[in-house]
Design a protein around this ligand. Structure first.
Ligand code: FAD
Ligand code: FES
Length: 257
């Protein structure tokens, strides 16, 4: 789904939970009924802690889950710099500035009966929402989850409750198969392929499966298609904006150099 400008909501939201993990990440949930009703898998929200002068710009995060009835959105956030550090200090009842849902997400017309989802790092977040939607529609979901080591694989318990098959790899072999996840894919011809994660993983996937639908996470400024700060080079030449024409692209469309 792509957000139409009239569907984008800009306002504030109240934090429900901010749960810290062992790996410098947080699960953040807040009430934003208008966004929760409309957001589809692969779309993102643009947020910052209310009332802070720094950082000036909001930060982009994929929606990991949306409870349409309760109006609650859930995100998974890796703590990196000032924007995410300030979000990690939030407590229940605190307020964030939020805009969304934004972007062109995974398209329901591309879903098949068999679906292969490949994720790494915080890129698993949008795939959780996608996997839940696919299961609600009665589709099969084969999930490939790769990470550097066992400690990095935060989503294993959650994924076990959602997907039909789960293949795990780690670079150091501390759990699952040893090696990078793209070396272990079993791609059925009639399956749809969806992925989000580190760029080297997406680049390797594009070489194996150019028909994969990949969600990119470029740095952003305006978030709504005005500044060209998120331009993604295309294989046919020229650029597309990650915030409006993306974040989901066909792997073959993107220039991976
Ligand atoms: C569509 C979209 C969806 C995203 N979804 C998620 C998500 O679900 N969970 C999550 O944790 N993060 C996600 N990100 C990345 C997130 O937006 C950045 O990590 C965040 O903006 C960093 O802000 P900061 O102020 O903490 O760090 P900054 O000080 O802005 O950056 C810290 C370091 O991270 C690098 N960096 C900044 N932005 C990105 C980026 N987009 N990709 C890679 N490196 C970056 C910077 O170059 C710098 O080295 C998403 C980004 C996009 C565009
Ligand atoms: S962030 Fe400004 S055009 Fe995409």
């Amino acid at each position: 789904m792509t957000s139409d400008k009239k569907d984008i909501w800009n306002g504030t939201a109240e934090i429900q939970k901010c749960i810290k993990t062992k790996t410098s990440s947080i699960f953040l949930s807040f009430k934003a009924e208008k966004i929760a009703k409309k957001v589809t898998p692969g779309q993102f929200v643009y947020i910052k802690t209310s009332g802070l002068a720094e950082p000036l710009l909001r930060r982009a995060f994929s929606v990991m889950d949306s409870d349409r009835k309760k109006g609650i959105i859930e995100l998974y956030i890796d703590i990196k710099g000032p924007g995410t550090q300030s979000l990690a200090q939030l407590n229940k009842g605190d307020i964030i500035d939020i805009m969304g849902p934004l972007g062109h997400g995974f398209q329901s017309e591309t879903y098949r009966n068999e679906n292969i989802l490949i994720g790494g790092g915080c890129g698993v977040a949008p795939l959780i929402m996608l996997a839940k939607e696919l299961k609600t529609l009665g589709k099969r979901v084969h999930f490939y989850y790769g990470g550097r080591n066992k400690e990095q694989l935060t989503f294993i318990p959650m994924l076990k409750n959602i997907v039909d098959t789960l293949t795990i790899t780690t670079d150091d072999g501390s759990t699952g198969k040893k090696g990078v996840i793209t070396n272990f894919l079993n791609i059925q011809q009639d399956a749809a392929i969806f992925s989000c994660g580190p760029k080297p993983m997406l680049r390797a996937l594009a070489a194996i499966a150019p028909n994969a639908h990949v969600a990119l996470e470029t740095a952003m400024a305006c978030g709504v298609g005005v500044c060209m700060g998120c331009a993604v080079p295309m294989s046919a030449g020229g650029y597309k904006r990650c915030c409006t024409e993306g974040p989901v692209f066909l792997a073959s469309e993107v220039s991976w150099i």
